[in-house]
Design a protein around this ligand. Structure first.
Ligand code: ATP
Length: 260
């Protein structure tokens, strides 16, 4: 089920998704200032940072919802910086947006069908989503506005999965959810990764990000303040990078070809 080239790419340290020196403005505000990252196939790459750090802007730019002032987004070795959002979806870049953004007046199944509009061929079907989230099948005709926050988040993930992403962009899954619900949602990640997906997620909940990620990058006011594997960064480094205290030094990415 996994991408046949994924192992090779991973072995050679060739990223599936790469961002190079990305600069994004919102009007006069420089929301992202020369951000770069390399996401290897099969990894869970987490962007952490406080409110306003630029995390959502980064994900939305990768998805094609903001145009960069400078820099580029490369996917599978090709520059996709100028592609329209829906073209990126058909290439396999699919986002679960912050706040879910479901159609509340549509049913669970109708929302899932919306996600399949620009679907690639692949293992994920509505049926497969129902197999993963058992409760969803029974409630497929219910309006999503009537669901709890956690249930809505699950539908938003399902809606993204039916497009058969190669890289799944997850924006603040934990937002507004009780810790136990967040645990349950993140508990689905291994099952999702088993189908050969790569995940780039944004998370304000640092401990959650450190638990699930193979690589983290901290943003502060649009700049990278720390980068590395969770095992290679200390709690003090993370705290300093997150809040912007002096003395932070980026931890380097492991050598090409090493395990992540
Ligand atoms: P949060 O966790 O609060 O969503 P974030 O790290 O995702 O924060 P962004 O939402 O990317 O940060 O915002 C980065 C900066 O850009 C902030 O100063 C924000 O106010 C500003 N910003 C974001 N979107 C827009 C927009 N559409 N128009 C103007 N400014 C914006």
């Amino acid at each position: 089920m996994s991408d046949p080239e994924a192992g090779q790419r991973r072995e050679h340290g060739t990223p599936l998704l790469e961002v190079r020196d990305l600069v994004v403005h919102h009007g006069q505000l420089r929301a992202l200032d020369a951000i770069s990252l390399r996401v290897l196939p099969g990894e869970v790459y987490a962007i952490i940072g406080a409110n306003g750090a630029g995390k959502s802007t980064l994900l939305r730019t990768i998805a094609g919802l903001h145009q960069p002032t400078a820099g580029s987004v490369l996917f599978d070795g090709a520059d996709v910086s100028r592609l329209r959002p829906e073209r990126r979806v058909t290439q396999g870049i699919v986002m679960v947006p912050e706040g879910r953004r479901l159609f509340g007046s549509l049913s669970v199944e109708e929302n899932l069908k919306v996600g399949a509009t620009y679907a690639r061929q692949g293992p994920w079907t509505i049926e497969h989503v129902y197999e993963m989230f058992g409760w969803m099948r029974e409630r497929r005709n219910q309006l999503t506005a009537q669901l709890s926050g956690g249930e809505q988040q699950a539908v938003a993930i399902g809606r993204a999965l039916v497009a058969n992403p190669r890289v799944l962009l997850l924006d603040e899954l934990s937002l507004g959810l009780a810790p136990v619900v967040v645990q349950r949602i993140y508990g689905m990640l291994p099952q999702i990764l088993q189908t050969g997906l790569t995940v780039l997620l944004v998370e304000q909940d640092v401990s959650q990000a450190l638990r699930v990620a193979s690589h983290i990058q901290c943003l502060l006011e649009g700049r990278t303040t720390l980068e590395g594997r969770p095992a290679d960064v200390t709690a003090d480094q993370v705290e300093a990078a997150y809040f912007g205290m002096a003395g932070t030094a980026p931890a380097s990415r492991p050598a090409e070809g090493s395990e992540t």
